[in-house]
Design a protein around this ligand. Structure first.
Ligand SMILES: NC(=O)c1ccc[n+]([C@@H]2O[C@H](COP(=O)([O-])OP(=O)(O)OC[C@H]3O[C@@H](n4cnc5c(N)ncnc54)[C@H](OP(=O)(O)O)[C@@H]3O)[C@@H](O)[C@H]2O)c1
Length: 313
């Protein structure tokens, strides 16, 4: 019995050491592929002339638009508010000298795709960033406590899910013909596991992950890269967060994520978020799904927001 116990301990030790070295190896692979080798600029230059970004007048989408313009692409901005579109298009043209086309569309509506297709006609699209997304109000909250539950369900499915499939449907055929193209689909870290208080949102983002990875398997051999990005906190209007150790600024996050476009069909987009995902996976659900924890979490978010709102910027 004693020998059996000793063998079990030794086996457990070997297993733990193996897992530890596996994780270190994964971290090293990440660093080697992103920091030391990175992605050569010739890779981006070879994709095509235009980058199309949805939800591109603020936050992560705006940061992608600027970054791709800096890397030599002409940009198609697709977003909801006309004034913001004109302003961001001007900013990008002045800062980078690239052409910018602004397309006004509200992704809560189902009848916008003909209008978008018309505007994309004749453009050599090298990059599509399916970025547009919405969260429930208030954020966070329980499913039935969302403001206007029925409308939120319809809108969130249209914005977070339908837009990804429809925009891919518009861009992919020409990419397939040219055997070149990059599609980045912005999911979320909360899609990594069931996430109470973001029930509908995290479910919509798991659609993005499954759709994206399935498409990559189907079209990877046709020369197209389709990657799903699953960020955690990014400072933006949608999240209401400020940059910190874990929360990245949109510009910073976008640069890191572009260093990792060859990492595979799914990643968190920056090292901090890869580490956070690893830690979160280790916390048992019975702790973070407990009612007490959820209430504390909501109080914490509300208090932090209250403090930030009182803080003069
Ligand atoms: N921020 C985070 O912490 C975080 C974390 C994980 C994943 N994400 C995902 O990242 C993506 C971008 O988020 P963000 O934080 O950058 O958001 P954001 O700062 O709120 O920007 C959202 C952009 O999308 C546009 N937009 C919103 N609803 C639209 C609609 N119905 N039709 C057309 N355009 C619309 C907005 O335009 P208007 O200003 O005109 O409304 C704005 O340009 C989302 O898919 C989000 O789920 C964000």
């Amino acid at each position: 019995m004693e020998i059996l116990l000793e063998d079990a301990f030794v086996l457990f030790g070997i297993f733990t050491t193996f897992i530890f070295f596996l994780k270190v190896a994964q971290c090293l692979r990440y660093l080697v592929l992103t920091k030391w080798f990175g992605v050569p600029s010739s890779f981006f230059n070879s994709l095509g002339e235009w980058a199309v970004i949805t939800g591109s007048t603020d936050g992560i989408g705006k940061a992608y638009a600027f970054e791709f313009a800096k890397r030599g692409f002409n940009i198609v901005l697709i977003s909801r508010t006309k004034d913001k579109l004109i302003k961001v298009a001007d900013e990008i043209e002045h800062a980078t000298g690239r052409k910018v086309k602004a397309v006004q569309a509200n992704f809560t509506k189902r009848d916008i795709y003909e209008h978008i297709e018309e505007n994309l006609k004749g453009l050599e699209i090298g990059v599509l960033v399916n970025n547009v997304g919405m969260l429930q109000i208030p954020n966070p909250c329980r499913f039935l406590e969302m403001t206007d539950v029925d409308k939120t369900i319809d809108d969130m499915i249209a914005v977070n899910m339908v837009s990804v499939a429809k925009m891919t449907r518009l861009a992919l055929p020409k990419m397939k013909q040219r055997r070149k193209g990059l599609i980045l689909n912005i999911s979320s870290g909360v899609a990594s596991s069931p996430t109470p208080l973001y029930c509908l949102y995290s479910s919509s983002k798991i659609f993005v992950e499954r759709f994206s990875r399935g498409c990559q398997a189907e079209y990877g051999s046709k020369g197209i890269i389709i990657q799903c990005l699953m960020p955690y906190g990014i400072a933006s209007k949608l999240s209401g967060l400020e940059p910190g150790v874990v929360t990245r600024s949109a510009e910073d996050y976008v640069r890191s994520s572009l260093d990792g476009v060859l990492l595979g069909d799914r990643c968190h987009g920056c090292l901090n978020h890869e580490i956070l995902a690893f830690i979160l996976r280790k916390i048992p659900h019975w702790i973070i799904h407990a009612d007490k924890f959820l209430n504390k979490f909501m109080d914490h978010v509300m208090n932090t927001r209250g403090r930030q709102n009182n803080h003069p910027h």
